[in-house]
Design a protein around this ligand. Structure first.
Ligand SMILES: O=C(O)c1[nH]c(=O)[nH]c(=O)c1I
Length: 305
């Protein structure tokens, strides 16, 4: 049984990796994933300088998922870049910045480095006070990508927020199809939800309790975003599916919708890196039952009525 995935010239043993932000803040956490059954990892989204992030409590989980307003805490691009440059194998480096000028600065830094993996440009952080998510501003996103591809020579994809209107899928896909983007990762957390505890109180401190939703809560929206972009993007832009993955069946559904790699966030936070082996075994069971020997045989084969 062959679980291999190819994105551009990069080949992965299987489709599983972590979602940015979970278990990927320190080198120790990244090494834990690298030494697990996951086929790759993505770093915590990083910026030019280190960031403390928002006040705590800034993360909360329950049986249905999680809510977070971390506020982009990270150890800075140099920390992650130096570590990544020391590795063989193919990994993902997630980056963003507070404005387009600094996004170009951090990408130019990567451009000049010997990093040979894929950059995941995060256009969808919902938790920076006063900063709207870039990917909800279509004009800015279009201009940013046009400027990036004037100089950026390495392999880059984008991390998108969920969209909820078919017209927005059309607009965004038309923009993305213009550029040599290697992948689109859908979705980031569903921004600005609230969860209330039994003391009539929100469960996280930042932004009056408003934070990004993850876990089972968001799987239907994640699957729809994966499939909407799979239907619209030209075939050399691969889809990475993120959101609501708890079982092998959830991975199977993301791939059925068109996903290549599949990222695990909330469930990894709960179960730690042994989750990759469990979910991989569950996926293999499903493929055996359905007599599939490779992911290509069922990727995108979602049936409609
Ligand atoms: O608050 C965060 O650090 C965060 N949290 C998320 O749920 N998604 C993101 O892209 C980010 I950068």
């Amino acid at each position: 049984m062959n679980l291999k995935v190819k994105i551009k010239d990069f080949e992965f043993e299987n489709p599983l990796m972590n979602a940015a932000g979970v278990n990927c803040y320190t080198i120790d956490e990244l090494e834990e994933i690298r030494n697990s059954k996951a086929a790759s990892f993505v770093t915590k989204t990083c910026t030019l300088n280190t960031r403390q992030g928002n006040l705590e409590p800034r993360y909360y989980e329950n049986e249905l998922g999680s809510i977070n307003s971390m506020g982009l805490p990270n150890l800075g691009i140099d920390y992650y870049l130096n570590y990544l440059e020391s590795l063989d194998g193919t990994y993902f480096l997630s980056v963003t910045e507070m404005n387009t000028e600094n996004i170009h600065k951090i990408l130019e830094k990567i451009n000049e480095s010997s990093f040979n993996g894929l950059v995941e440009l995060n256009l969808s952080c919902p938790n920076i006070e006063g900063k709207p998510q870039i990917a909800y501003d279509f004009k800015t996103t279009d201009k940013l990508l046009a400027d990036i591809f004037k100089y950026f020579k390495k392999d880059l994809g984008v991390k998108l927020p969920p969209y909820f209107d078919l017209a927005h899928f059309d607009i965004m896909a038309n923009i993305l199809n213009k550029y040599p983007i290697r992948f689109v990762n859908s979705i980031n957390s569903i921004g600005n939800a609230i969860i209330i505890d039994e003391n009539d109180t929100v469960v996280i401190k930042p932004k009056n309790g408003f934070g990004g939703l993850g876990g089972e809560y968001i799987k239907p929206t994640a699957l729809a975003n994966v499939n909407a972009f799979y239907r619209r993007l030209n075939k050399d832009i691969k889809i990475i599916g993120t959101g609501g993955v708890n079982t092998g069946r959830d991975v199977y559904e993301h791939i059925l919708c068109g996903a290549y790699m599949v990222q695990i966030g909330t469930r990894l936070q709960k179960e730690k890196s042994k989750v990759f082996e469990r979910i991989l075994n569950e996926l293999k069971e499903i493929m055996k039952e359905k007599n599939y020997n490779s992911l290509d045989e069922f990727r995108g084969k979602l049936k409609t009525l």
